[in-house]
Design a protein around this ligand. Structure first.
Ligand SMILES: Nc1ncnc2c1ncn2[C@@H]1O[C@H](COP(=O)(O)OP(=O)(O)OP(=O)(O)O)[C@@H](O)[C@H]1O
Ligand SMILES: [Mg+2]
Length: 352
Protein backbone atom coordinates (compact mmCIF):
# COMPACT_ATOMS: atom_id res chain seq x y z
CA UNK A 1 0.00 0.00 0.00
CA UNK A 2 1.28 3.44 -0.94
CA UNK A 3 1.35 6.05 1.84
CA UNK A 4 -1.66 8.38 1.80
CA UNK A 5 -0.89 12.06 1.13
CA UNK A 6 -4.32 13.67 1.04
CA UNK A 7 -7.52 12.33 2.50
CA UNK A 8 -10.91 13.99 2.34
CA UNK A 9 -13.58 12.49 4.57
CA UNK A 10 -17.22 13.45 4.07
CA UNK A 11 -16.44 17.02 3.09
CA UNK A 12 -19.44 19.30 2.56
CA UNK A 13 -19.11 22.92 1.47
CA UNK A 14 -22.13 25.17 1.16
CA UNK A 15 -22.09 28.75 -0.12
CA UNK A 16 -24.79 31.30 0.71
CA UNK A 17 -28.12 30.99 2.49
CA UNK A 18 -31.81 30.60 1.65
CA UNK A 19 -32.52 31.10 -2.04
CA UNK A 20 -28.78 31.62 -2.70
CA UNK A 21 -27.74 28.39 -1.03
CA UNK A 22 -25.40 26.29 -3.21
CA UNK A 23 -24.08 22.90 -2.12
CA UNK A 24 -20.71 23.07 -3.89
CA UNK A 25 -19.32 19.88 -2.30
CA UNK A 26 -21.72 17.21 -1.10
CA UNK A 27 -20.18 14.60 1.22
CA UNK A 28 -16.96 14.20 -0.78
CA UNK A 29 -14.51 11.50 0.28
CA UNK A 30 -11.33 10.65 -1.58
CA UNK A 31 -7.78 9.50 -1.03
CA UNK A 32 -4.70 10.65 -2.93
CA UNK A 33 -1.56 8.57 -2.50
CA UNK A 34 1.92 10.04 -2.13
CA UNK A 35 3.61 10.61 -5.49
CA UNK A 36 0.41 10.15 -7.47
CA UNK A 37 -0.95 12.39 -10.23
CA UNK A 38 -4.63 12.56 -9.31
CA UNK A 39 -7.04 14.12 -11.82
CA UNK A 40 -10.46 15.50 -11.00
CA UNK A 41 -12.68 16.12 -13.99
CA UNK A 42 -16.05 17.83 -14.09
CA UNK A 43 -18.14 20.33 -15.98
CA UNK A 44 -18.23 24.02 -15.14
CA UNK A 45 -19.79 24.60 -11.72
CA UNK A 46 -19.31 20.96 -10.62
CA UNK A 47 -17.25 22.04 -7.59
CA UNK A 48 -13.67 21.46 -8.78
CA UNK A 49 -12.17 24.78 -7.69
CA UNK A 50 -14.02 24.57 -4.38
CA UNK A 51 -12.48 21.16 -3.83
CA UNK A 52 -8.88 22.28 -4.38
CA UNK A 53 -9.46 25.48 -2.44
CA UNK A 54 -10.58 23.37 0.51
CA UNK A 55 -7.38 21.33 0.29
CA UNK A 56 -5.24 24.39 1.06
CA UNK A 57 -7.90 25.95 3.29
CA UNK A 58 -8.65 28.91 1.04
CA UNK A 59 -12.21 27.71 1.68
CA UNK A 60 -13.38 26.11 4.89
CA UNK A 61 -15.96 23.31 4.59
CA UNK A 62 -18.98 23.18 6.91
CA UNK A 63 -18.27 19.57 7.77
CA UNK A 64 -15.76 16.80 7.14
CA UNK A 65 -12.02 16.37 7.62
CA UNK A 66 -9.13 17.05 5.23
CA UNK A 67 -5.83 15.41 6.13
CA UNK A 68 -2.63 16.44 4.38
CA UNK A 69 0.28 14.21 5.41
CA UNK A 70 -1.75 13.07 8.44
CA UNK A 71 -2.54 16.59 9.64
CA UNK A 72 -6.16 17.81 9.63
CA UNK A 73 -5.83 21.13 7.81
CA UNK A 74 -9.36 22.23 8.71
CA UNK A 75 -8.27 22.41 12.38
CA UNK A 76 -5.08 24.45 11.83
CA UNK A 77 -4.72 28.16 12.47
CA UNK A 78 -2.04 30.88 12.46
CA UNK A 79 1.56 29.72 12.30
CA UNK A 80 0.68 26.03 12.02
CA UNK A 81 -1.59 26.73 9.06
CA UNK A 82 1.09 28.86 7.36
CA UNK A 83 3.61 26.04 7.81
CA UNK A 84 1.19 23.42 6.48
CA UNK A 85 0.41 25.63 3.47
CA UNK A 86 4.10 25.76 2.57
CA UNK A 87 3.83 22.06 1.83
CA UNK A 88 1.19 22.86 -0.79
CA UNK A 89 1.96 24.72 -3.99
CA UNK A 90 -0.74 25.89 -6.35
CA UNK A 91 -0.93 26.93 -10.00
CA UNK A 92 -3.84 28.65 -11.72
CA UNK A 93 -5.52 28.93 -15.10
CA UNK A 94 -4.64 32.62 -15.44
CA UNK A 95 -1.20 32.24 -13.86
CA UNK A 96 -1.76 34.98 -11.22
CA UNK A 97 1.77 36.42 -11.58
CA UNK A 98 2.81 39.76 -10.12
CA UNK A 99 3.00 42.05 -13.16
CA UNK A 100 5.44 44.48 -11.51
CA UNK A 101 7.99 41.75 -10.77
CA UNK A 102 10.33 39.97 -13.17
CA UNK A 103 10.44 36.21 -13.64
CA UNK A 104 13.13 36.12 -10.94
CA UNK A 105 11.08 38.36 -8.62
CA UNK A 106 7.93 36.27 -9.01
CA UNK A 107 9.69 33.03 -8.15
CA UNK A 108 11.58 34.66 -5.26
CA UNK A 109 8.37 36.07 -3.76
CA UNK A 110 7.22 33.04 -1.70
CA UNK A 111 10.77 32.55 -0.42
CA UNK A 112 10.93 36.20 0.70
CA UNK A 113 7.63 35.73 2.54
CA UNK A 114 8.98 32.59 4.19
CA UNK A 115 11.95 34.68 5.40
CA UNK A 116 14.68 32.86 3.47
CA UNK A 117 18.19 34.40 3.25
CA UNK A 118 19.16 36.30 0.08
CA UNK A 119 21.87 33.81 -0.90
CA UNK A 120 19.47 30.88 -0.38
CA UNK A 121 16.80 32.64 -2.41
CA UNK A 122 19.20 33.24 -5.28
CA UNK A 123 20.38 29.63 -5.35
CA UNK A 124 16.85 28.23 -5.25
CA UNK A 125 15.38 30.66 -7.80
CA UNK A 126 18.16 30.07 -10.33
CA UNK A 127 17.78 26.29 -9.96
CA UNK A 128 14.02 26.56 -10.51
CA UNK A 129 14.43 28.86 -13.53
CA UNK A 130 16.75 26.27 -15.01
CA UNK A 131 14.30 23.46 -14.17
CA UNK A 132 11.42 25.14 -15.99
CA UNK A 133 13.61 26.15 -18.94
CA UNK A 134 13.46 29.96 -18.63
CA UNK A 135 17.13 30.80 -18.17
CA UNK A 136 16.95 33.36 -20.98
CA UNK A 137 13.97 35.15 -19.39
CA UNK A 138 15.23 35.86 -15.86
CA UNK A 139 14.74 39.62 -16.13
CA UNK A 140 11.59 39.56 -18.29
CA UNK A 141 8.25 40.82 -16.94
CA UNK A 142 5.06 38.71 -17.24
CA UNK A 143 3.72 40.97 -20.02
CA UNK A 144 6.74 39.96 -22.12
CA UNK A 145 6.04 36.23 -21.81
CA UNK A 146 3.83 33.78 -23.73
CA UNK A 147 1.09 31.85 -21.90
CA UNK A 148 3.24 28.73 -21.68
CA UNK A 149 6.19 30.71 -20.32
CA UNK A 150 3.92 32.38 -17.74
CA UNK A 151 2.73 28.98 -16.56
CA UNK A 152 6.35 27.84 -16.29
CA UNK A 153 6.93 30.78 -13.94
CA UNK A 154 3.77 29.75 -12.06
CA UNK A 155 5.12 26.22 -11.65
CA UNK A 156 8.56 27.43 -10.52
CA UNK A 157 6.92 29.78 -8.00
CA UNK A 158 4.72 26.96 -6.70
CA UNK A 159 7.79 24.77 -6.20
CA UNK A 160 9.86 27.45 -4.44
CA UNK A 161 9.19 26.20 -0.91
CA UNK A 162 9.79 22.54 -1.85
CA UNK A 163 6.16 21.53 -1.41
CA UNK A 164 4.96 17.93 -1.12
CA UNK A 165 1.70 18.62 -2.93
CA UNK A 166 1.01 20.64 -6.06
CA UNK A 167 -2.57 21.72 -6.76
CA UNK A 168 -3.34 22.66 -10.37
CA UNK A 169 -6.61 24.48 -11.07
CA UNK A 170 -7.22 24.30 -14.83
CA UNK A 171 -3.52 24.99 -15.30
CA UNK A 172 -3.57 24.35 -19.05
CA UNK A 173 -7.06 25.58 -19.98
CA UNK A 174 -5.78 28.91 -21.33
CA UNK A 175 -3.09 27.28 -23.46
CA UNK A 176 -3.03 25.87 -27.00
CA UNK A 177 -2.69 22.07 -27.43
CA UNK A 178 1.08 22.10 -28.09
CA UNK A 179 1.83 24.32 -25.09
CA UNK A 180 -0.55 22.22 -22.98
CA UNK A 181 1.55 19.17 -23.85
CA UNK A 182 4.78 20.84 -22.87
CA UNK A 183 3.35 22.07 -19.54
CA UNK A 184 1.93 18.61 -18.78
CA UNK A 185 5.36 17.18 -19.64
CA UNK A 186 6.96 19.55 -17.14
CA UNK A 187 4.43 18.56 -14.44
CA UNK A 188 5.16 14.90 -15.10
CA UNK A 189 8.88 15.63 -14.85
CA UNK A 190 8.57 17.30 -11.43
CA UNK A 191 6.23 14.53 -10.27
CA UNK A 192 8.87 11.92 -11.08
CA UNK A 193 11.91 13.91 -10.07
CA UNK A 194 10.70 15.02 -6.64
CA UNK A 195 8.01 12.40 -5.93
CA UNK A 196 5.61 15.32 -5.78
CA UNK A 197 1.92 14.52 -5.31
CA UNK A 198 -0.15 16.37 -7.91
CA UNK A 199 -3.89 17.08 -7.80
CA UNK A 200 -4.98 18.38 -11.15
CA UNK A 201 -8.46 19.61 -11.91
CA UNK A 202 -9.68 20.05 -15.44
CA UNK A 203 -12.65 19.81 -17.74
CA UNK A 204 -10.47 18.32 -20.48
CA UNK A 205 -10.21 14.58 -20.75
CA UNK A 206 -7.02 14.75 -22.83
CA UNK A 207 -5.26 16.31 -19.81
CA UNK A 208 -6.35 13.38 -17.63
CA UNK A 209 -5.34 10.91 -20.31
CA UNK A 210 -1.92 12.49 -20.72
CA UNK A 211 -0.52 12.39 -17.17
CA UNK A 212 -2.94 11.17 -14.49
CA UNK A 213 -2.70 7.85 -12.67
CA UNK A 214 -6.11 8.10 -11.04
CA UNK A 215 -9.21 10.07 -11.96
CA UNK A 216 -12.30 11.14 -10.06
CA UNK A 217 -15.36 12.44 -11.88
CA UNK A 218 -17.22 15.20 -10.04
CA UNK A 219 -20.80 16.21 -10.81
CA UNK A 220 -22.99 18.61 -8.83
CA UNK A 221 -20.57 18.51 -5.91
CA UNK A 222 -20.46 14.71 -5.71
CA UNK A 223 -17.76 12.27 -6.77
CA UNK A 224 -19.73 10.00 -9.09
CA UNK A 225 -16.88 7.78 -10.23
CA UNK A 226 -13.21 7.21 -9.47
CA UNK A 227 -10.46 4.73 -10.22
CA UNK A 228 -7.28 4.15 -12.21
CA UNK A 229 -7.48 6.17 -15.44
CA UNK A 230 -7.22 3.08 -17.65
CA UNK A 231 -10.14 1.38 -15.84
CA UNK A 232 -12.39 4.42 -16.02
CA UNK A 233 -11.59 4.75 -19.72
CA UNK A 234 -12.26 1.08 -20.39
CA UNK A 235 -15.43 0.77 -18.29
CA UNK A 236 -16.99 4.15 -17.53
CA UNK A 237 -19.92 3.59 -15.18
CA UNK A 238 -21.75 6.89 -15.41
CA UNK A 239 -23.21 8.93 -18.23
CA UNK A 240 -20.92 11.85 -17.32
CA UNK A 241 -17.78 9.70 -17.42
CA UNK A 242 -18.84 8.23 -20.78
CA UNK A 243 -19.31 11.71 -22.20
CA UNK A 244 -15.82 12.76 -21.14
CA UNK A 245 -14.30 9.55 -22.55
CA UNK A 246 -16.06 10.07 -25.87
CA UNK A 247 -14.34 13.42 -26.27
CA UNK A 248 -10.96 11.71 -26.65
CA UNK A 249 -11.89 8.28 -27.99
CA UNK A 250 -13.15 9.54 -31.37
CA UNK A 251 -16.28 7.44 -30.97
CA UNK A 252 -18.34 9.41 -33.46
CA UNK A 253 -18.45 7.59 -36.80
CA UNK A 254 -18.33 10.00 -39.76
CA UNK A 255 -21.56 10.00 -41.81
CA UNK A 256 -19.77 9.02 -45.01
CA UNK A 257 -18.58 5.81 -43.34
CA UNK A 258 -22.03 5.05 -41.91
CA UNK A 259 -23.64 5.50 -45.31
CA UNK A 260 -20.92 3.78 -47.32
CA UNK A 261 -22.23 0.63 -49.06
CA UNK A 262 -20.07 -2.46 -48.90
CA UNK A 263 -19.41 -3.79 -52.39
CA UNK A 264 -18.88 -7.54 -52.55
CA UNK A 265 -17.46 -9.09 -55.66
CA UNK A 266 -18.30 -12.75 -55.12
CA UNK A 267 -21.66 -14.42 -55.51
CA UNK A 268 -23.28 -15.54 -52.27
CA UNK A 269 -21.01 -13.37 -50.10
CA UNK A 270 -22.19 -10.81 -47.63
CA UNK A 271 -20.40 -7.70 -46.45
CA UNK A 272 -20.56 -5.90 -43.13
CA UNK A 273 -18.96 -2.73 -41.90
CA UNK A 274 -18.03 -3.16 -38.24
CA UNK A 275 -16.29 -1.04 -35.71
CA UNK A 276 -13.89 -2.85 -33.42
CA UNK A 277 -12.75 -1.01 -30.28
CA UNK A 278 -10.06 -2.19 -27.95
CA UNK A 279 -8.22 -1.19 -24.84
CA UNK A 280 -5.16 -2.90 -23.47
CA UNK A 281 -2.72 -5.37 -24.85
CA UNK A 282 -4.97 -6.97 -27.43
CA UNK A 283 -3.65 -4.27 -29.78
CA UNK A 284 -0.29 -6.03 -29.81
CA UNK A 285 -1.78 -9.36 -30.96
CA UNK A 286 -2.39 -10.41 -34.56
CA UNK A 287 -6.16 -10.76 -34.08
CA UNK A 288 -7.12 -9.61 -37.55
CA UNK A 289 -4.69 -11.86 -39.41
CA UNK A 290 -5.80 -14.86 -37.28
CA UNK A 291 -9.40 -14.07 -38.15
CA UNK A 292 -8.66 -13.90 -41.89
CA UNK A 293 -6.87 -17.25 -41.81
CA UNK A 294 -9.39 -19.04 -39.62
CA UNK A 295 -12.60 -17.96 -41.30
CA UNK A 296 -11.68 -17.23 -44.91
CA UNK A 297 -12.99 -13.68 -44.90
CA UNK A 298 -11.72 -10.61 -46.75
CA UNK A 299 -11.00 -7.55 -44.67
CA UNK A 300 -10.88 -4.02 -45.95
CA UNK A 301 -9.64 -1.44 -43.44
CA UNK A 302 -11.60 1.82 -43.72
CA UNK A 303 -10.37 3.70 -40.66
CA UNK A 304 -7.95 3.07 -37.83
CA UNK A 305 -6.95 5.04 -34.82
CA UNK A 306 -4.55 4.19 -32.02
CA UNK A 307 -3.71 6.14 -28.90
CA UNK A 308 -2.19 5.51 -25.49
CA UNK A 309 -3.24 6.13 -21.89
CA UNK A 310 0.08 6.04 -20.11
CA UNK A 311 1.42 2.81 -21.66
CA UNK A 312 -1.90 1.17 -22.41
CA UNK A 313 -2.95 1.22 -26.06
CA UNK A 314 -6.55 1.93 -26.99
CA UNK A 315 -8.23 2.65 -30.24
CA UNK A 316 -10.71 1.63 -32.86
CA UNK A 317 -10.73 0.11 -36.27
CA UNK A 318 -13.53 0.27 -38.82
CA UNK A 319 -13.37 -2.61 -41.29
CA UNK A 320 -15.48 -4.23 -43.98
CA UNK A 321 -15.78 -7.97 -43.48
CA UNK A 322 -16.68 -9.92 -46.61
CA UNK A 323 -17.32 -13.63 -47.03
CA UNK A 324 -19.92 -16.35 -46.81
CA UNK A 325 -22.65 -15.58 -44.32
CA UNK A 326 -21.51 -18.23 -41.83
CA UNK A 327 -17.86 -17.21 -42.05
CA UNK A 328 -18.62 -13.53 -41.42
CA UNK A 329 -20.82 -14.42 -38.43
CA UNK A 330 -18.13 -16.68 -36.98
CA UNK A 331 -15.43 -14.10 -37.58
CA UNK A 332 -17.47 -11.53 -35.67
CA UNK A 333 -17.99 -13.95 -32.78
CA UNK A 334 -14.26 -14.62 -32.80
CA UNK A 335 -13.49 -10.91 -32.41
CA UNK A 336 -15.86 -10.61 -29.43
CA UNK A 337 -14.30 -13.71 -27.86
CA UNK A 338 -10.90 -11.97 -28.09
CA UNK A 339 -12.23 -9.29 -25.73
CA UNK A 340 -12.90 -6.69 -28.41
CA UNK A 341 -15.94 -4.49 -28.43
CA UNK A 342 -17.78 -4.77 -31.72
CA UNK A 343 -20.57 -2.89 -33.35
CA UNK A 344 -22.12 -3.41 -36.81
CA UNK A 345 -22.41 -0.12 -38.69
CA UNK A 346 -23.68 -1.26 -42.06
CA UNK A 347 -24.11 -4.35 -44.16
CA UNK A 348 -25.25 -5.93 -47.45
CA UNK A 349 -27.16 -9.15 -47.95
CA UNK A 350 -25.89 -11.97 -50.15
CA UNK A 351 -26.09 -11.53 -53.89
CA UNK A 352 -27.61 -14.46 -55.78
N1 LIG B 1 -17.61 32.25 -3.41
C1 LIG B 1 -18.75 31.67 -3.83
N2 LIG B 1 -19.95 32.10 -3.40
C2 LIG B 1 -21.10 31.51 -3.79
N3 LIG B 1 -21.15 30.46 -4.63
C3 LIG B 1 -19.99 29.98 -5.10
C4 LIG B 1 -18.71 30.56 -4.73
N4 LIG B 1 -17.73 29.88 -5.35
C5 LIG B 1 -18.35 28.91 -6.08
N5 LIG B 1 -19.70 28.97 -5.93
C6 LIG B 1 -20.69 28.05 -6.53
O1 LIG B 1 -20.33 26.73 -6.19
C7 LIG B 1 -20.48 25.84 -7.28
C8 LIG B 1 -19.15 25.19 -7.59
O2 LIG B 1 -18.25 26.19 -8.06
P1 LIG B 1 -16.72 25.89 -8.45
O3 LIG B 1 -16.09 27.19 -8.73
O4 LIG B 1 -16.12 25.03 -7.41
O5 LIG B 1 -16.94 25.05 -9.80
P2 LIG B 1 -15.85 24.57 -10.88
O6 LIG B 1 -16.10 23.11 -11.07
O7 LIG B 1 -14.50 24.99 -10.49
O8 LIG B 1 -16.31 25.33 -12.19
P3 LIG B 1 -15.42 25.94 -13.42
O9 LIG B 1 -15.05 24.75 -14.28
O10 LIG B 1 -16.38 26.83 -14.13
O11 LIG B 1 -14.24 26.63 -12.84
C9 LIG B 1 -21.05 26.68 -8.43
O12 LIG B 1 -22.43 26.52 -8.44
C10 LIG B 1 -20.65 28.08 -8.06
O13 LIG B 1 -21.59 29.00 -8.57
MG1 LIG C 1 -13.08 26.29 -11.32
Amino acid sequence: MLPVMIELQNVTKIYGHGDNRVVALDDVSLTVNKGEVFGIIGLSGAGKSTLVRCINKLEVPQSGAIHIANQDITKLKGKELRQARRKIGMIFQHFNLLSSRTVYGNIAFPLEIAGAKRTEIEKQVLALIDLVGLSDKITAYPAQLSGGQKQRVGIARALANNPEVLLCDEATSALDPETTKSILGLLQDVNRRFGLTIVLITHQMNVIKEICDTVAVIEDGRIVEKGPVVDVFAHPQTHTARRFMKSVLHTEVPAEIKERKVIVHKQGWIGKTVRISFIGNVAGEPVISSMIRKFDVDVNIIYANLDFIKNTPFGSLIVELMGHNNNVEQAMRFLVAQGLKMEVLNGVEPTV
